[in-house]
Design a binder for this molecule. Structure first.
Ligand SMILES: [Cu+2]
Length: 105
């Protein structure tokens, strides 16, 4: 999981550029009624790419109301993070699907 990100981060640091200048895209997959990864970290301004590989509609619904994104079957929906915080989210249709997103300012 980490290794995909280590190389780009080192490359950015080596160039002396602030990491914060690069908005990242974080992929979150929903497949077989499981959200993966179950814990993800991001920053405000980053994009989360919600990939629904199932034949069901899923949602990424924040318990604190910060976001509520609906993903039609077999579709990818992107959402730009606007607020920092640790957000627990779940699928409204399948409440056993839950995960945590930690968003740094
Ligand atoms: Cu669902």
């Amino acid at each position: 999981m980490m290794s995909r990100w280590v190389v780009p981060i080192i490359a950015v640091l080596a160039l002396g550029m602030p990491v914060s200048a690069h908005a990242a895209t974080i992929q979150i997959t929903m497949e077989n009624l499981v959200i993966s990864p179950v814990e993800a970290t991001a920053k405000v301004g980053d994009t989360i790419e919600l990939i629904n590989k199932d034949i069901f509609v899923h949602t990424a619904t924040a318990r604190n109301g910060d976001f509520d994104v609906t993903m039609p079957p077999k579709k990818t929906v992107t959402y730009v993070l606007k607020k920092a915080g640790t957000v627990e989210y779940y699928c409204r249709f399948h409440p056993n699907m839950k995960a945590t997103l930690t968003i740094a300012p």
